[in-house]
Design a binder for this molecule. Structure first.
Ligand code: GCU
Length: 834
């Protein structure tokens, strides 16, 4: 037993690069009844290698071997003499005889019945059998030998993933490296990663993947590329996953050479018919089309004064004979004018789509982002869900953390999704949970479900960071059952990804569950949106970028007041797009929850919240609290040292260390910005007061010069320093006036894209630390070429012994575009975060 445990723990800490995600089948000790509870032979009821049931057999074999070291023989007919049987209901009846005790299964559903080593995994179809297999393996990989007997059916038939991959191999808002599908305007030859992706997606019951960007390039439609798409579809098919394609609405003209792309023009219709036939000839089970039109510069039917329904139905008719569907995105909006008090992008989707309810063909599904703007850290549920009772709908989510730290910040997003799913929109004064609307249950629609933007890339971590994979896992689980609990789902993921150690599970659970609230606190709260730079990378802070442009993500912040008045009585009228009870709640400031206050109301900074705090003081406090929580992620993670393999431990460590520093960048930028705007000081006297800081511009500079950073709040004291030449090192030095003792020595600098500057820190000529500006290679977010909120970073050297009067010196060697910029140094006594 000891030896086994020892071996198991060895296996557990072996270096891992993340490629297997949660399907590692890492060894577990097999003690007690374990062996007698494992099947001794497997009957797989389909011998065709490309069938999901066959794949299920292979997974079972690998899983049993990997987790418990048990070699199990697989046969394809010997049903009666095998202890585990996997197949569909029909296959079971044919090979094994009558089935007993299995309730009615819905499409893709399965029955899992384990009595010790005797196991039945029976799917309504082959996919279901594969899903049941992954469920059983997930139990085993979590050391769970409970005898179970239950059926599981999906809440929705649309459980899709949208990749935003471009034909040139780049990925829009992709943070995990280049595409696994495309390079140089062609589909890739080596589809190994595609197969591995298929395996991960199937294990969480995803049933379709759209492989190209919604901002679609028509060259996906060349015969060569369609051949490539067919090869990709062949790889996904054994995993029960269909491929779908994003279309560019203008293709008949820009790619097909027609003079028009009018959706009602006969030549255009014929053109799409031909293309569709060519696709289905190669991919007979193609899932369907995804369409982004009349949105953010994308062409659409409005060019010809046609309705969005005309456009959606055009494609619907084409794919219908083949069994395909059209996912038509509700993300349609125009540029607006902030000087017009009633202009409001949040209203756009209802304005465009409500009047078309009932006009869409049966195989059209409107794909609606969870909130009315764009994947912000908090939004109310999109009112469109309440306005299309005669139309099929699906919710659009983002596993990709575009506005949520781009995978360089730990943000477990499932709790955000859950808040939306569980929102009751009270259509016709009846219970109308978003999750029941999107799945089709509330309005009796056959089609419904979800699609998530999941921009995995060739990075072995898939998304750019190991911890982000909890979001992909949770997405699949919640797509199957949106009523599941976000924390329970998370725990399964942790056990499968990092093992069963109690402390590991508890710690990662705590960090993850704290992560979205913390991110909201230090980025943008009270419903004001993420406050990121919406004009550039969507990553770091830049609150001013929200306003004074046509994008409509406004905060309407001025010297005295802030927030969007979306009331019917005095504002944009958006709140009136909700059914009566919900509209009344949001219309009234008293009944609007604080966390959405500024989404719905324009108030003075001195307005008192239900908590008793003023809006501005809430901002200050929340930004401090959020950043403090983010500091604990690193220490929590470090407490797991030795319990996680070195490769993943160090990788995550680097990210969390960085996040702690960047959360302070966020905190200070937002607080300084609103302090400057409102002139109202922080009651706790923290904002603008940093007693432990030494500004770089106040140090003695040689080969460094002061640099005014814009916007001003992206530098402590508004000024940073940069080297005077791009070849010679700069030196910034100062005498330390603080009392002797141990300090954490933090240096805030800018990690600019386009160079790998090197910095060294000395105390009296003794080197205490060094680092390189290589975040563009080691982190996952979009890098910036400027000194701004995206490039602002912090490095911390802990427990440094300092004597009063020591000389602190930083030598920065510029490289390329990176002039070794420095903002400030903090010497932090134990317990101080600043
Ligand atoms: C966001 C995102 C874009 C994307 C768009 C969409 O605006 O920043 O990159 O194209 O959403 O969902 O279509």
């Amino acid at each position: 037993m000891r030896a086994l445990l020892f071996l198991a723990s060895l296996g557990f800490v072996a270096a891992e690069n993340g490629l297997d995600g949660w399907l590692r089948y890492a060894p577990l000790p097999c003690s007690g009844h374990c062996h007698s509870s494992l099947p001794s032979s497997i009957a797989v009821l389909n011998a065709t290698e490309t069938s999901p049931v066959y794949v299920a057999g292979t997974e079972l074999q690998n899983g049993l071997k990997g987790v418990y070291g048990k070699h199990v023989k697989v046969s394809h007919t010997k049903c009666k003499s095998s202890s585990l049987v996997v197949g569909t209901l029909d296959q079971y009846r044919e090979h094994c005889g009558p089935v007993h005790g299995v309730p009615e299964l819905e499409e893709d559903g399965f029955w899992l019945n384990t009595k010790g080593k005797n196991v039945q995994i029976i799917g309504q179809n082959e996919k279901g059998a594969l899903y049941g297999t992954f469920e059983y393996l997930s139990m085993l990989a979590q050391g769970n030998f409970t005898k179970v007997s239950y059926a599981s059916n999906p809440a929705a038939n649309i459980r899709w993933v949208n990749q935003w991959d471009n034909m040139d191999g780049s990925i829009e808002r992709g943070f995990g490296g280049p595409s696994i599908f495309f390079e140089k305007n062609r589909t890739v030859e080596d589809l190994t990663r595609v197969r591995e992706y298929a395996r991960l997606l199937a294990s969480v019951r995803i049933n379709a993947v759209v492989i190209n960007n919604v901002n679609a390039n028509p060259i996906i439609l060349t015969p060569e590329n369609l051949d490539g798409v067919a090869q990709i579809a062949d790889v996904f098919r054994p995993y029960g996953i269909q491929v779908g394609l994003s279309l560019n609405f203008a293709s008949p003209q820009t790619f097909g050479g027609l003079s028009t792309f009018d959706p009602l023009d006969a030549s255009v219709i014929e053109w799409w018919s031909k293309i569709t036939a060519q696709i289905y000839e190669r991919v007979p089970d193609m899932a369907g089309y995804l369409v982004k039109a009349d949105s953010e510069g994308q062409p659409g039917p409005q060019t010809y004064n046609r309705t969005l329904a005309d456009a959606a139905n055009l494609f619907a008719k084409e794919v219908k004979p083949y069994g395909g569907i059209v996912m038509y995105r509700a993300f349609v909006y125009n540029q607006l004018d902030e000087n017009v008090w009633t202009d409001d992008r949040a209203k756009a989707a209802v304005d465009f789509f409500k009047k078309l309810d009932g006009e869409f063909d049966d195989n059209v599904v409107i794909q609606i982002k969870y909130g009315p703007i764009d994947f912000q850290v908090r939004e109310p549920a999109s009112p469109l869900f309440a306005n299309l009772p005669k139309t099929s709908m699906a919710i659009e989510l983002q596993v990709t953390q575009e506005y949520l730290g781009q995978q360089s910040h730990l943000v477990y997003v499932a709790p955000l999704w859950k808040e939306i799913f569980d929102t009751d929109l009270r259509v016709d004064h009846k219970p109308s949970l978003v999750r029941d609307i999107m799945t089709g249950k509330r309005f009796n629609r056959k089609l419904g479900g979800s699609a998530a933007v999941v921009n995995v890339g060739t990075n072995t971590t898939w998304l750019g960071s190991h911890l982000s994979m909890s979001n992909l896992y949770a997405y699949g689980r919640l797509a199957w059952n949106p009523a599941d609990d976000a924390e329970e789902v998370l725990k399964d993921w942790i056990r499968l990804t990092f093992g069963l150690d109690r402390k590991v599970v508890d710690t990662i659970t705590r960090m993850s569950m704290e992560s979205w609230p913390a991110y909201e606190q230090y980025s943008g709260n009270l419903g004001i949106q993420t406050l990121t730079d919406i004009l550039y990378t969507h990553y770091g802070p830049n609150p001013a970028s929200q306003d004074n442009n046509g994008w409509g993500q406004w905060t309407r912040a001025d010297h005295t007041s802030i927030g969007m008045d979306r009331t019917v009585s005095n504002g944009t009228g958006y709140s009136g797009q909700y059914p009566e009870e919900v509209a009344a709640m949001y219309e009234n400031i008293e009944t609007t929850p604080d966390n959405l206050l500024l989404w719905f109301h324009h108030v003075n900074y001195t307005h008192r919240l239900k908590s008793g705090k003023t809006v501005i003081q809430h901002f200050y406090d929340a930004h401090y609290t959020g950043a403090e929580t983010a500091q604990t992620f690193l220490t929590q993670w470090e407490s797991l040292h030795g319990k996680i393999d070195t490769e993943r431990f160090n990788h995550v460590r680097r990210f969390l260390d960085y996040q702690g520093g960047h959360s302070i960048v966020w905190r200070d930028a937002i607080n300084d910005f609103y302090y400057n705007l409102s002139g109202i000081p922080d009651e706790a006297k923290r904002v603008g007061h940093h007693p432990w800081r030494i500004e770089a511009e106040d140090m003695k500079l040689q080969g460094y010069k002061a640099y005014d950073v814009t916007p001003f709040e992206m530098a402590s004291g508004t000024v940073a320093v940069v080297t005077t030449s791009n070849t010679t090192a700069g030196i910034a030095s100062t005498r330390i006036g603080f009392a002797s003792g141990k300090y954490d020595l933090a240096v805030n600098y800018y990690d600019v894209y386009g160079g790998k500057a090197e910095w060294k820190v000395y105390l009296n000529d003794r080197e205490v630390g060094q680092w390189v500006g290589n975040g563009e290679d080691t982190l996952s977010h979009t890098p910036s070429t400027l000194l701004d909120g995206h490039s602002a970073s912090r490095v911390t050297f802990r427990n440094v012994k300092i004597h009063k009067g020591d000389t602190l010196k930083i030598v920065g060697k510029p490289d390329g575009n990176e002039p070794a910029p420095l903002d400030y140094v903090s010497l932090l006594p134990a317990g101080i975060v600043d």
